[in-house]
Design a protein around this ligand. Structure first.
Ligand SMILES: Cc1cc2nc3c(=O)[nH]c(=O)nc-3n(C[C@H](O)[C@H](O)[C@H](O)COP(=O)(O)OP(=O)(O)OC[C@H]3O[C@@H](n4cnc5c(N)ncnc54)[C@H](O)[C@@H]3O)c2cc1C
Length: 406
């Protein structure tokens, strides 16, 4: 057993806890440990499609919004890689996610507080410290920071069918399915669904046909306009946090397309490629668009699926064939299973965790031992919570809360 009692142990090394590690690096008075189950850093590898781009400015990186002089900024990465001038000259309208992943990996390689290949199995609380158990090791810490990300969502009706030819979009590249010459159904009309449809349409060896099913009335765009982008300012998040729960729930519904729509360039590219296929090349059955429709049943077996799809009028339901079904049906927060020993000690309102103004979760343990939550409090902090925009700011609040009583 590691005898050190760390100031904090952070579980999960995605961008959220990587930001915390990058900011904590300059404080030699704080001793933190970051545990990640993967063997090395990767950012949503299953959706790291070559054409996918970041939906925010790369200056909203791990550190710049709170410390523009940090050595862990995106600009520092570009300079270190000797590509700053070329990057500026290329003048991309949006940065490729593959490049942002390179940046995040570069930061992860420079931080000694990260430990990879360490899956946390259980967290308990004993004798004034959290006890964090991984396979073969046990660590103690004063505070705990949860940064395990969101869980892929697939409707319960379809879960039993999950496998090599029916899976969540987040596994698209890691599964590496055969799509050439196949009939592919993409379920879900948000950004991931659009990115997969665009990817399939741009393949040199494309599918035989693509069906894109969305419950939304159309393939709706992300609202990326200036005033809407102010929802992603720290002051707006604080104002949201001060509201009553029912008021917050209403705003989340109203602001949905400021974070959940499809970026315009992706929509335009799909539209143009469809035009070329249908109008110029005469391939009218290549892309089947089914907005305002719901997949209500999935039958058949791996590789030979029958999808029942209903529109507003159930009498118009149709049964479609597909070789491959991709569920681009989003993500949601779930308290990780390793928190089971402490789950009943966390405070909740209406079933949702109480997350306070330094991102600590209310619990019945001592105030000197805190549990902080990264990217699990959309209900309390608004639509920016799962996004990269406020990540540096949130990590800075958590770090200063930890530093406060040192
Ligand atoms: C494909 C995709 C693209 C996105 N693009 C953008 C974008 O352009 N702009 C934007 O603002 N937002 C974007 N987002 C939203 C958000 O920024 C990302 O989801 C971001 O990765 C969230 O960071 P995170 O650290 O909270 O979680 P994650 O990146 O999910 O990281 C969580 C980490 O915790 C680890 N973990 C989980 N359980 C354990 C355990 N028991 N023990 C140890 N480790 C564990 C996981 O392996 C993982 O590495 C995107 C989301 C997705 C899915």
């Amino acid at each position: 057993m590691d005898e050190t009692v760390y100031d904090y142990v952070a579980v999960g090394v995605g961008p959220a806890n990587l930001s915390l590690a990058a900011q904590a690096y300059q404080w030699d008075t704080v001793c933190g440990l970051h545990l990640e189950r993967k063997e090395s850093f990767s950012w949503h590898p299953g959706l790291l499609l070559p054409e996918a781009t970041l939906q925010i400015s790369p200056l909203k990186d791990l550190v710049t919004p709170v410390d523009p002089t940090s050595p862990f900024s995106f600009l520092a990465f570009l300079a270190d890689q000797d590509r700053l001038y070329e990057f500026l000259t290329a003048d991309f309208p949006a940065v490729h996610r593959t490049e942002f992943n390179q940046y995040l990996t570069w930061v992860s390689e420079r931080l000694p507080s990260l430990r990879f290949g360490a899956e946390v199995r259980e967290v308990s609380f004993r004798d004034g410290a959290f006890v964090i158990r991984t396979d073969g090791a046990q660590t103690r810490s004063r505070h705990l920071v949860l940064g395990t990300g969101l869980t892929p969502r697939v409707d319960d009706r379809f879960r039993t069918h999950l496998g090599p030819t029916a899976f969540h979009a987040g596994e698209f590249l890691t599964r590496g399915p055969q799509t050439a010459g196949r009939q592919v159904a993409v379920v879900g009309g948000g950004q991931s669904g659009a990115e997969i449809v665009r990817h399939l349409m741009t393949r040199p060896d494309p599918p035989r046909g693509i069906t894109w099913i969305s419950r939304r009335p159309s393939y709706l765009p992300l609202d990326d306009s200036p005033f809407t982008n102010e929802f992603f300012f720290p002051d707006r998040a604080r104002a949201f946090h001060r509201l009553a729960p029912e008021h917050r729930a209403r705003l989340l519904r109203e602001q949905k397309y400021a974070s959940d729509g499809i970026d315009l360039p992706t929509l335009e590219e799909i539209y143009r490629r469809r035009y070329v296929a249908e109008r110029i090349e005469g391939r009218t059955d290549w892309l089947t668009l089914l907005p305002a429709c719901e997949m209500t049943e999935l039958a058949g077996e791996q590789g030979h699926w029958k999808l029942t799809v209903e529109g507003a009028d159930p009498a118009d339901s149709q049964v479609l064939d597909a070789d491959l079904v991709v569920f681009a049906t989003g993500y949601g927060y779930e308290l990780p299973a390793f928190m089971t020993p402490l789950a009943s000690r966390l405070s909740r309102t209406g079933g949702l965790l109480d997350v306070h103004d330094d991102f600590r979760v209310g619990w019945d343990g001592p105030d000197a031992n805190r549990i902080y939550l990264q990217n699990g409090a959309r209900h309390a902090w608004g639509i920016a919570d799962p996004n990269l925009s406020l990540l540096a700011w949130r990590s800075s609040l958590i770090l200063h809360s930890i530093l406060k009583d040192r």
